[in-house]
Design a protein around this ligand. Sequence first.
Ligand code: GTP
Ligand code: MG
Length: 369
Amino acid sequence: TEFISANDLASLLDVSVNEIISVCMSLGMFVSINQRLDAEAITIIADEFGYEVEFTKTDEEESEVEEVDSPEDLEPRAPIVTIMGHVDHGKTSLLDYIRSSKVTSGEAGGITQHIGAYDVKTDNGEKIAFLDTPGHEAFTAMRARGAKITDVAIIVIAADDSIMPQTKEAINHAQVAGVPMIFAINKVDKPNANPNKIKEELANMNLLVEEWGGKYQSQEISAKTGQGIDELLEKVLLEAEILELTANPNRNAVGTVVEASLDKGRGYVSTVMVQAGTLKIGDIMLAGQHYGRVKAMFDHTGKKVKEAEPSTPVQVLGLSGAPQAGDILKVYDTEREAREIANSREQINREQSMRTKKHITLDEIGRRL
Ligand code: GTP
Ligand code: MG
């Protein structure tokens, strides 16, 4: 992708365009005034003038996931939910309970592999996708890359404890991201549980729950006995209904990488939450600086799948490396397109790391002197 013209770069760097052109010539690049420059050229030229370029995402890129579809192409999609809360308040227990009670079997020998996301079907057949990453990571790491992946946040609060620092942090994350929250007041099976105290504390933070006349849904649950969990899921679906979540399943897929790793037997495996379009075997995909064809896909139970629709988490094989959590995965029509973007991203990363190395070397010398 080309970014700006030599002329525009000149005014950004506050030098004349002639200086730009002559620097280019000295580097063996011949450019004209209105020629648009790619990332590599911009980085090199700016460097000559003592600038370090930081490429940030444009609005267009950031809203990739929400590419404009005509309304008639949109279809309802399942909500994507993140569970957050203070240490030991029961996030993992809640996820485990939901997974073990709602994940339809078909799992080979009952072995559930741990992947960073999974989806469940509620008793009346509606789908909900869960992100099984520490909530804070889901919000910070992913949001840092401009990825918005959560539709609804469940804030778990232990009824035998209080609103704790990480509870507040979780609430804050959700509010900043504009993601609706549902409070799951957990551990109500415990004799010393006091859900009303929690609701009171919430009220003191200006978060009035529905049964007290406020706008926040809350549900008393026990991740141990399962009490209230069906009701909690119903509330998630209710919240989702209000949001009118939709996506166009009939276009090139776009999703967010939840995690990725190198598997000895299978190569690079990335867990991706598909957010729009349908990801298919054979698609040409790009995530971060890695690209490749979708060789195989597995759902969270390890079952092979051929396609993944919006709001579906899948493990994907076929990328040339491991992208980072939060990277956007996109399908392209041609391998050439994907390769070019991958190469230019790789180039930028390489230059950035070279620059870092250079600094380190200089520092080292400085210290020795
Ligand atoms: P971190 O991952 O460390 O932040 O904790 P967490 O929020 O995932 O909490 P976790 O699910 O690990 O639960 C912490 C402890 O509380 C464990 O010993 C659970 O067995 C217990 N626990 C969780 N939910 C309940 C519940 O509903 N009732 C009771 N009695 N114990 C629970
Ligand atoms: Mg946990």
